[in-house]
Design a protein around this ligand. Structure first.
Ligand SMILES: CC(C)(COP(=O)(O)OP(=O)(O)OC[C@H]1O[C@@H](n2cnc3c(N)ncnc32)[C@H](O)[C@@H]1OP(=O)(O)O)[C@@H](O)C(=O)NCCC(=O)NCCS
Length: 175
């Protein structure tokens, strides 16, 4: 597998990646940091800049396109420079795998890779958050040694009138 930052030339493959999610009735693209609501070139500039320069919301981060045999498999976001408060709210790592490539072990490998990057950054631990009903993500974290340390209730707005409460599990992995 190959991990790298996005370039201007990736426009078409990312467009196809996003469309596959939409065809699967998924409106949000995990780990994509504003990909779908920014001008593409500005997004590439921002993501490359923020791999070295702090962003107010996400600190410094790597947003990697993950390939296997030249196919874009998923997105991996390693937020290696968050404040303690934001670590507790967002977690240090986010990931998503395109619908047609799920259940093949990719997310498990991507998280393992991310943990190694965090080790290189001399982080002592990582925090990961995911909704309790996201069985696949909970399992991915557990398979990488995650220990549940808190569960919170988060209000999710469905529209102006409706919201639901969702349970979110937070895990810690010591590096
Ligand atoms: C969560 C997600 C990244 C998992 O990716 P994946 O590549 O399918 O995960 P893996 O293949 O590494 O599977 C990890 C474990 O979960 C299990 N699993 C994955 N999807 C599953 C499903 N739909 N139902 C039951 N088990 C599932 C796998 O079998 C595996 O466990 P096993 O090794 O004991 O068999 C993927 O489903 C996804 O992109 N979802 C939408 C975005 C998202 O939820 N991101 C995480 C936000 S916290």
């Amino acid at each position: 597998m190959n991990y790298r930052l996005p370039t201007y030339d990736d426009y078409e493959i990312l467009k196809e990646y996003v469309e596959e999610h939409y065809s699967n009735y998924e409106r949000s693209i995990s780990a994509s940091i504003d990909l779908t609501n920014m001008d593409y070139k500005e997004w590439v500039d921002k993501v490359n800049r923020n791999s070295e320069v702090r962003d107010d919301e996400w600190g410094k981060y790597y947003l990697y396109l993950v390939f296997d045999a030249n196919k874009l498999i998923g997105l991996l976001n390693i937020r290696y420079n968050l404040s303690d408060e934001l670590r507790e709210r967002y977690g240090d790592i986010g990931y998503g795998v395109r619908p047609s490539e799920r259940r093949k072990g990719y997310a498990t490998k991507m998280l393992e890779y991310a943990l190694n990057v965090c080790k290189e950054k001399e982080m002592q631990s990582v925090i990961l958050g995911c909704y309790e009903d996201n069985y696949a993500s909970n399992k991915t974290i557990l398979k990488n040694g995650g220990k549940l340390y808190k569960t919170t209730i988060e209000e999710k707005k469905l529209n102006d009138n409706w919201s639901i409460n969702l349970k979110c599990n937070y895990y810690k992995i010591n590096l």
